[in-house]
Design a protein around this ligand. Structure first.
Ligand code: AMP
Length: 224
């Protein structure tokens, strides 16, 4: 089973994907995480992606498709895969539908997470990371005890360049212009499209996601 998690930045795809991965024993291919790792490692891909990411723009399709293809080739075709943050454009979706059969896979469904822009703006632009403990805070919803300092590590928190309000606004625009058309693209295909309300607590979203996957795709705790 291969499932795409689709939705605007900040809707909680990453968190939900991780919870699902733990529950079902699937692999997750999160292109944003892979690109950030490439940047930390200073690879050629990381250097090429940096400018686009910091401006809230999409990294060119050919770089992303090559990255995903490489990851898929490394995985056994028995493992379920969650695509998180990919595809983000119609050409990426078309490339995925060519790559999947080549690696012995088939797309099972697309999950669309929905949430109002104002909520997304606060969720993303309020995020602060601790490079030392790895903990993520939110200045609106989950602030540290001392402003700007990690409770666990006692060291300063970081505001990611692409989480700054002006970049967040651009990321939301890019989602509407380039990624949201994928919903129609998949609705016009034979792939099931499931819609989940992302404006709920993390646990509520996970419960809704698990029951939608179970009811509509027959994906339960047993894996499949
Ligand atoms: P994310 O963590 O998924 O929000 O991704 C962070 C940034 O990485 C995005 O704003 C894009 O610049 C880039 N990125 C991640 N996935 C893709 C993709 N599938 N296509 C193009 N750019 C991407």
């Amino acid at each position: 089973m291969n499932v795409i998690l689709l939705g605007p930045p900040g809707v909680g795809k990453g968190t939900q994907g991780e919870l699902l991965m733990e529950a079902l024993g699937w692999e997750r291919i999160a292109t944003g995480d892979l690109l950030r790792a490439a940047r930390r490692e200073g690879t050629e891909l990381g250097r090429k992606a940096q400018e686009y990411m910091d401006a809230g723009e999409l990294v060119p399709d050919d770089l992303i498709v090559a990255l995903v293809e490489e990851r898929l080739e490394d995985l056994s075709s028995d493992t379920g895969v969650l695509f998180d943050g990919f595809p983000r454009t119609v050409p990426q979706a078309e490339a995925l539908s060519e790559v999947l059969p080549r690696v012995g896979r088939e797309l099972g469904g697309v999950v669309v997470f929905e949430c109002p822009d104002e909520v997304l703006q606060k969720r993303i632009s309020g995020r602060r990371h601790s490079p030392d403990s790895g903990r993520v805070y939110n200045v609106y919803f989950d602030p540290p005890e001392t402003e700007g300092i990690c409770d666990e590590a006692g060291t300063p928190l970081v505001h990611r360049q692409d989480d700054r309000p002006e970049t967040v606004a651009r990321r939301l625009e890019v989602y509407k212009e380039q990624t949201a058309p994928l919903i129609r693209h998949y609705e016009n295909s034979s792939t099931p499209v499931l819609r989940i309300d992302g404006d709920q607590s993390m646990d509520e979203v996970q419960t809704a996601l698990r029951s939608a996957l179970d009811e509509e795709l027959g994906v339960g705790d047993s894996g499949a």
